[in-house]
Design a protein around this ligand. Structure first.
Ligand SMILES: NC(=O)c1ccc[n+]([C@@H]2O[C@H](COP(=O)([O-])OP(=O)(O)OC[C@H]3O[C@@H](n4cnc5c(N)ncnc54)[C@H](OP(=O)(O)O)[C@@H]3O)[C@@H](O)[C@H]2O)c1
Length: 324
């Protein structure tokens, strides 16, 4: 495979039709907001009820009717450690079906630019830190989310295969852990940061004297605000063209313990934090090497503290309508 890449500015026409698959999700909704704010006038989205992306015929029909010029593939079955390790078959099968259907249908109508979103869990569990893009497929995956990771790796390969076989300038981006308005705060399906926000917020509400978190608190993680992620996605669509997936992150990490302490302070929890070390920690460190993204001309702009404050505010304002 040619690894040739370019960083040529190529602004997308603001009146072009852009389909955002998963436009109500954390990432999709942020991309929708970003594109609207940037003057895009022809955005298309469908909820999973309106268009189940596992339904291949319906997806083809949708693409033939709508004929989008650009596609952002932010629809996926997404979850934290618990959901991933409990339902690996669902995560593997549903994600592969969604991706294959959307990409095959996009190819069918010759979509010029498609951005596929994966996740940093595609990289080997013990990849050298910070994780470079070329460490993909060089070692074993973290077992708790290997099924999800394999589905995402298949997506990256499909983007590369389409480029090679059909010459379409599709690209892939691999975000680090994301957070922000619109996140999933469900006790069963959430990622670590929204789970911690909910737990500490509920402890304040109930007057609990202590909070217990999973694991040792020592794993290091990187967190990117989803509005920064959306900004990076548009930047890549307008500036990056290459077969290799691009890491999207801040370039710095914190321990889970540190993030828990910051959240406790932001929500005003003054009790004790305990760590249930019988529960799994997951990968010891996950920090993306973001040199390629920087080379493409983008850096994160929202600090963790500011991002957490606005996310807690959003959580408080939307308590009655959170997804379960
Ligand atoms: N959250 C993170 O920390 C993170 C980190 C790295 C990468 N990512 C990647 O970013 C992408 C989006 O993640 P997210 O966090 O935004 O997830 P999310 O908030 O759970 O949103 C996922 C979206 O996918 C849609 N969807 C799921 N199954 C569908 C189906 N069968 N048919 C149609 N739509 C379906 C849902 O639509 P409805 O709402 O209409 O049901 C939902 O809006 C994923 O590829 C994920 O791997 C996320």
């Amino acid at each position: 495979m040619s690894n040739q890449q370019t960083f040529v500015p190529a602004p997308l026409p603001r009146d072009a039709k852009v389909y955002i698959a998963g436009h109500r999700g954390l990432v999709g909704s942020a991309i929708w907001r970003k594109l609207e704010a940037e003057g895009f006038t022809n955005l298309v989205g469908r909820t999973s009820k309106e268009l189940d992306l596992k339904d291949r015929n319906a997806v083809f029909e949708f693409f033939r009717t709508e004929q989008p010029a650009y596609v952002v593939l932010a629809a996926a079955k997404v979850g934290g450690i618990l959901a991933n390790s409990t339902y690996p078959q669902d995560f593997l099968s549903e994600n592969i079906q969604i991706q294959v259907n959307v990409m095959d249908a996009a190819l069918d109508v010759n979509v010029e630019r498609l951005l596929f979103l994966g996740s940093s869990c595609i990289y080997p569990k013990l990849a050298a830190q910070p994780i470079r893009e070329d460490s993909l497929l060089t070692g074993h995956l973290e077992e708790t989310n290997d099924a999800y990771a394999i589905a995402k790796i298949a997506g990256i390969l499909q983007v590369q295969a389409v480029r090679r076989q059909h010459g379409l300038r599709w690209i892939s981006a691999m975000p680090t852990n994301l957070y922000g308005p619109g996140d999933n705060f469900s006790p069963k399906g959430s990622h670590v940061l929204p789970a911690l926000i909910r737990r500490y917020e509920e402890a304040v509400e109930t007057g609990a004297s202590s909070v217990t978190n999973w694991g040792t608190g020592t794993p290091r993680r990187e967190f990117l605000h989803v509005d920064d992620m959306a900004d990076a996605c548009l930047h890549l669509l307008e500036h990056y063209d290459g077969p290799q997936q691009v890491n999207v992150g801040t370039g710095s990490d914190v321990t889970i313990r540190e993030i828990a302490e910051t959240i406790a302070s932001v929500v005003g929890f003054t009790g004790n934090t305990e760590w249930d070390t019988s529960k799994p920690d997951g990968t010891p460190q996950k920090l993306l090497d973001v040199s390629k993204l920087r080379e493409a001309g983008w850096i994160a702009g929202i600090s963790l503290e500011d991002g957490l404050r606005s996310t807690v505010e959003w959580f408080r304002a939307n308590r009655s309508s959170l997804r379960e």
